[in-house]
Design a protein around this ligand. Structure first.
Ligand SMILES: Cc1cc2nc3c(=O)[nH]c(=O)nc-3n(C[C@H](O)[C@H](O)[C@H](O)COP(=O)(O)O)c2cc1C
Length: 198
């Protein structure tokens, strides 16, 4: 089973990151979750879910209806002593969903100012999979250049752009499509959408 890190930043669409966490944990994988301050605020606004700062892992498990023993760990965004801040810690892949343009810019510049930025920096320097799910529109030249830098450094960019050929019936279907594409990149089996031609 895999070891994954999922970062939720303050871009719109924390539903993507949370669905991804749910799917990975249900698939038996170990997941470390970290949310930026803006990620927590936007999640509260969009989903009505306030991450409790006392026992955040249990709060997430409760929200996602995962069992108490689910292999989910929460790392505080300001804790630079967390294992994911070091390249010597084993992580199979890291996904940032959604990824704000601020986060993309910070990682493209190598800032590593907080745990999510440092963890992404580590994935790039260790040549491990880093998947970004950016959410912004329209994209400025600065955004495009930063995303290009990160793609050149090895990141995989999976834009939060649900498809309509799937004939989505609900927001859930649209979230599932984007999360399914991320799981495809990770090589993790899922049944989140029907595959074209099947
Ligand atoms: C309701 C709301 C929605 C936002 N949506 C986006 C977005 O889709 N993309 C983006 O890049 N920033 C968005 N932002 C702005 C980011 O939250 C802001 O740039 C923040 O500083 C990002 O910080 P972080 O990268 O540390 O999470 C949004 C902010 C709010 C309040």
């Amino acid at each position: 089973m895999g070891l994954y890190t999922v970062v939720i930043t303050g871009a719109s669409g924390s539903a993507y990151g949370l669905r991804l966490v749910e799917q990975l944990v249900l698939g038996g994988h170990e997941v470390t979750v970290t949310m930026t301050d803006a990620g927590r605020d936007v999640t509260s606004y969009e989903l009505g879910f306030d991450l409790p700062m006392e026992e955040p892992a249990n709060g997430l498990k409760g929200y996602l209806e995962l069992g108490k023993d689910a292999p989910l760990r929460y790392a505080c965004a300001n804790d630079l002593f967390d294992p994911i801040a070091s390249g010597s810690h084993r992580v199979d892949a890291m996904v940032v969903a959604p990824a704000s343009m601020g986060f993309v810019g910070a990682v493209a510049s190598g800032l590593a100012n907080n745990l999510p930025e440092r963890a992404a920096d580590v994935m790039l320097k260790e040549r491990r999979p880093l998947i970004l799910v950016p959410r912004e529109t329209p994209l400025s030249l600065v955004h495009l250049r930063n995303l290009t830098s990160l793609a050149e450094a090895g990141a995989v960019v999976v834009p939060a752009s649900p498809a309509f050929y799937q004939k989505p019936q609900s927001l859930d279907d649209m979230v599932n499509f984007v999360v399914g594409k991320v799981l495809d990149v990770l090589g993790v089996d899922h049944g989140l959408f029907e595959r074209w031609g099947e």
